[in-house]
Design a protein around this ligand. Structure first.
Ligand code: HDE
Length: 711
């Protein structure tokens, strides 16, 4: 039996397969040393190249085949290694060893992704994010192929190709890339009432995270835990980020897509390089098997969540990402997840979406990685040695000795043997199944709007506004009025005020659609609802709003200091020290990249120039003190760039701290008007400005001031 060394074992395993070219001689793939890598073999120095040139042919052939098909969905991804540590035993619920041995550390590889875009698309697309985790447990690989939203668009796997065809670029003109704002997506959705709960999540700011490190992870489906005694619990998996759940503004997301399309990838990479290891609390919602039918929705329906107020999430472990991959292709691209990779103690439910996924993932690896031996790629290898009678196939790595490759056999002494359950052999949990063979949807899956309403009603006022604006943005890109109108007709089932506001901007009417078995909300008085208060007739769940997330840390936040020569070195260094002590990162932004001499004679090196970055790449700004610095920032060449920087940060509700001597910048920017009411604006006049600045950054954004800031 393996112990806590499995973490090192996985690292060792990967190391065995990795090489470095440092101090090495160049060779062919056959290990032959090459003496000229600059010229091909020719008949005379100006003559034709020769077919004989095996070195040229080997190099070009390999290059020609460098690309493999990208994932049909989730093509754009970022990965990292890490460790899962169990802080509380789940032995009462599951026999999975990595969840029962207290303190046990299990190595993991995590891949985050967007769904719709191609491999080279922007990170900041409005989209669901994949959150796939491979646990290299001592009992075999366990994959939790999760998302950052707890529900899904469809209830049955047979609709998945339709959903994906609708959201992908349209077939005739291959547009738009990595965007749901187009006719085919909304045409499909407008005809799919079951998607509306997920649409609420997709139109919310959850779809434009500030960082992959600031997203929740959800297993989506109900799974089963089975303990040593065979007792079953339904389980929902959760990962809660220690830094809280935070997002960017939509107009910010669009700008980031131009300024830094690798924003999330870079953020994750840099955080890990800097030792700011992303961490999540691992939690579960547990429902005894006998309580399966106690809810007003079906636990097998993947368009429903279990409200945390009803079944609290209990925390049992920590997921930490602490090592960047050595090679993107070998690890992040070749990693192959599959919800069917499970271990004893965990089992599937009959969720019809999950059941379909159990087929899809191995199948897709065959076309993507090209061989049934994809499990032998180092990143996919279990830390247990694999023993079975499978053989051959493209690119087989393992050299299995012996004559027999069948079971039963006597020639090989009967090996390899099956394991009893008591020896860790996997046995599916027995479940009585009976019923007619039907192609039908369960009647218990029919309520499509209650939880969509629950989500919408649980949002704060700024979140509701963002959601509404996202719908207006997306549907304004839809060219067919009948599609827009049909979608508005769906919104009427969720919230009349929302439907009415969206309809108004789209120039369509709110016409209630008639769906079988769906009841419309009682006629709501639109005027009454304009107060934006929670609809008292609907339930709400605090856990669904990002307004209630962690807001007590500025760890790993990026603060831009805007300055020029003559900046006040003393105050700049004091603030920098305090922000860094709290875990934030400070980067200097100046008119150009030449060194800067501060007013105390110290030399400062800017990381960015005003033209090479944008306010969207920072969480907060400090406009540095120093008369000469401010004077230089105000010369005509710089002024519009600095003011644009400040005004854009202001519009996106970021904290801005104006140091001494910066009055002229303050007054020339848009910031002036409502300063006294805005906790995100700190100036030379404030008492304890540093504390106020730190507190404002911890709040992430002053979303409550958005209307004022943009009026
Ligand atoms: Fe996936 N999904 N999916 N999916 N999925 C893939 O597998 C599929 C679904 C998810 O970083 C593919 O290896 C079907 C739900 C993630 O490598 C493919 C259905 C959830 C990733 C596939 C679903 C997910 C994938 C494409 C409906 C959240 C990225 C490449 C029945 C719980 C994994 C691949 C990575 C990837 C099929 C629905 C999450 C084609 C048929 C629900 C995070 O097999």
């Amino acid at each position: 039996m393996k112990t806590n060394n499995s973490n090192n074992e996985k690292e060792e395993q990967l190391k065995r397969h990795s090489t470095s070219n440092e101090n090495e001689k160049l060779t062919t793939n056959q290990g032959l040393k090459i003496n000229n890598n600059q010229d091909s073999l020719k008949a005379g120095e100006r003559g034709p190249s020769l077919l004989e040139d095996f070195i040229l042919r080997e190099k070009i052939t390999h290059f020609d085949h460098e690309r493999i098909p990208e994932r049909v969905v989730h093509a754009r991804g970022s990965g990292a290694h890490g460790v899962f540590k169990l802080t509380k035993s789940l032995a009462a619920y599951t026999k999975a060893k990595f969840l029962t041995e207290l303190g046990k550390e299990t190595p993991v590889f995590v891949r985050f992704s967007t769904v719709a875009g191609s491999k080279g698309s922007t990170d900041l697309a409005r989209d669901v994010r994949g959150f796939a985790i491979k646990f290299y447990t001592d009992e075999g690989n366990y994959d939790l192929v999760a998302n950052n939203m707890p529900v899904f668009f469809i209830q049955d796997a047979i609709k998945f190709p339709d959903l994906i065809h609708a959201v992908k670029p349209e077939p005739d003109n291959e547009m738009p890339q990595a965007a749901s704002a187009h006719d085919t997506f909304w045409d499909f959705i407008s005809l799919m009432p079951e998607s509306m709960h997920m649409i609420m999540w997709l139109m919310s700011d959850r779809a434009i995270p500030r960082s992959l490190r600031m997203m929740e992870g959800f297993g989506v489906h109900s799974f089963k835990f089975v303990n040593e005694e065979g007792k079953v619990h339904f389980v929902k998996f959760h990962f809660k980020p220690r830094l809280g759940v935070h997002s960017v503004a939509w107009s910010e997301a669009q700008t980031i897509s131009g300024v830094d399309p690798d924003f999330h990838k870079r953020d994750l990479w840099e955080a890990i390089e800097n030792g700011n290891y992303p961490e999540w609390d691992f939690g579960v919602q547990l429902i005894p098997e006998e309580d399966e039918h106690r809810f007003d929705f079906d636990l097998l329906d993947p368009t429903k969540l279990v409200p945390e107020e009803e079944i609290p999430v209990k925390i049992f472990g920590t997921l930490t990402l602490n090592r960047n991959p050595d090679n993107f292709f070998a690890e992040t691209e070749q990693v192959a997840f599959h919800p069917g990779h499970i271990i004893p103690g965990i089992d599937f439910t009959n969720d019809p979406l999950l059941q379909g996924r159990l087929f899809s993932y191995t199948d897709t690896q065959l076309s993507r990685l090209g061989s049934p031996n994809f499990h032998e790629i180092p990143i996919n290898r279990s830390i247990n040695t694999v023993h079975n009678n499978q053989r051959d196939g493209h690119m087989r790595q393992q050299i299995v000795k012996g004559k027999s490759s069948y079971d039963p056999n006597s020639i090989g002494g009967g090996c390899p043997f099956q394991s009893m359950m008591s020896e860790g052999g996997f046995a599916t949990q027995q479940e009585r199944v009976s019923g007619a063979k039907v192609r039908e949807r369960s009647k218990s899956f029919v309520d499509h709007y209650s939880q969509a309403k629950l989500f919408y009603n649980s949002q704060s006022t700024p979140e509701k506004m963002h959601l509404q604006n996202a719908l207006i943005f997306e549907l304004s890109k839809v060219t067919r009025p009948e599609v827009r109108e049909r979608l508005v007709g769906q919104l009427a089932y969720i919230d009349m005020f929302l439907a009415w506001r969206v309809a108004e901007k789209l120039g369509v009417e709110v016409k209630k659609l008639e769906w079988p078995n769906q009841s419309l909300p009682a006629d709501t008085n639109v005027i009454e609802l304009q107060s934006e208060e929670r609809d008292p007739h609907t339930k709400f769940s605090e856990a669904l709003s990002m307004a209630n997330t962690v807001k007590n840390t500025i760890k790993s936040r990026k603060i831009g200091f805007i300055l020029a020569s003559g900046a006040d070195g003393g105050s700049l260094n004091d603030l920098k020290t305090q922000l860094e002590r709290e875990g934030a990162r400070v980067e200097l932004i100046a008119p150009n990249l030449a060194g800067i001499r501060a007013n105390d004679g110290s030399e400062l090196t800017p990381k960015h120039s005003l033209t090479s970055t944008g306010s969207v790449c920072f969480d907060a700004l400090f406009i540095c003190s120093g008369e000469d610095s401010v004077k230089e920032l105000m010369i005509s060449e710089n002024k519009h760039l600095v003011l644009h920087f400040i005004n854009e940060a202001y519009k996106h509700c970021k904290p801005i701290y104006f140091g001494n001597d910066t009055e002229v910048l303050y007054h020339n920017s848009n910031v002036d008007q409502k300063k006294h009411e805005d906790p995100g604006i700190i100036t030379w006049e404030d008492d304890n400005p540093t504390d106020k600045f730190i507190n404002a950054i911890a709040q992430h954004r002053v979303w409550d001031m958005e209307m004022e800031r943009n009026s």
